[in-house]
Ligand binder design. Structure first.
Ligand code: 13P
Length: 251
């Protein structure tokens, strides 16, 4: 039995004071809604303020990326050790915006994933096809390949600390959502790829979220699908009432 994980990806939104205000607003709204894990992934400089505001609540704060090296000459990057020291448990890796705008590849996504896992963190690994790939009918091949490349060298044991977020790139920030059937089918294809690598037991235990214009209106239908174990939410994670409605859909 997989547990729902409802995670917000704030992207480049919320200063520390804005995050504090947001967490203070949403904290009482999601209190006691314990049928899912609730996480917000925040910009690095906002993490600390968000964590302080979330203290004692059922909200966890994560990061939006992490570098693969332990330390060194990587201007602008942040290491797993740095995140661990301030108490960060979850980190998003491989978001399509990182791949599209910042040159990340399956290779760097894999390196970052392994570094985060080695540091004892939990990874939300994002993958998904672009529109042309869906139209060409190669979505299964794409998500299967990404799953295998991004997880190369990750042990079955470490898969306990990996959540996969299936995010069709054409659905991110566009208002277009995968239909519940498309989301279920593709999350199922990712699960099949996991079964090829790790066997059925790990594949069945792995949490696979859907992300891409998930909102308070479509969440219940998406989350009702067998292979959809949660959501990674962008825009709607910035509005307390919308995000709370998605948490409610997971109860
Ligand atoms: P939207 O919910 O804004 O489409 O963003 C999805 C996403 O990219 C989450 O990581």
């Amino acid at each position: 039995m997989r547990r729902y994980v409802i995670a917000g990806n704030w992207k480049m939104n919320f200063t520390p004071s804005q995050a504090t205000a947001f967490i203070n607003e949403i904290k009482p709204m999601v209190a006691g809604k314990d049928n899912c894990d609730i996480i917000f992934c925040a910009p690095y400089v906002t993490i600390d303020a968000a964590m302080k505001a979330a203290e004692g609540s059922n909200i966890k704060i994560g990061a939006e990326n992490v570098h693969f090296a332990e330390k060194g000459a990587y201007t602008g990057e942040v290491s797993a050790e740095m995140l661990k020291e301030i108490g960060v448990e979850y980190v998003i890796i491989g978001h399509s915006e990182r791949r599209q705008y910042f040159g990340e590849t399956d290779e760097t996504v894999n390196l970052r994933t392994k570094a985060a896992l080695a540091a004892g963190m939990k990874v939300i690994l994002c993958l998904g096809e672009v529109k042309e790939q869906r139209l060409a009918g190669i979505t299964r091949e794409i998500v299967s390949m990404q799953t295998k490349l991004d997880l190369a060298g990750v042990s079955a044991e470490d898969m306990k600390n990996v959540i996969i977020a299936y995010e069709p790139v054409w659905a991110i920030g566009t208002g277009l959502t995968a239909t519940p059937e498309q989301a279920d089918e593709t999350c199922g294809q990712i699960r099949e790829a996991l079964a090829e690598i790790y066997g059925a037991e790990v594949a069945e235990a792995t949490i696979i979220q859907y992300g891409g214009s998930m909102n308070e209106k479509n969440a219940a239908e998406l989350l009702a699908k067998t292979n959809v174990d949660g959501g990674l939410i962008g825009g709607a994670s910035l509005v307390a009432a919308k995000f709370t409605a998605i948490v409610d859909a997971a109860q």
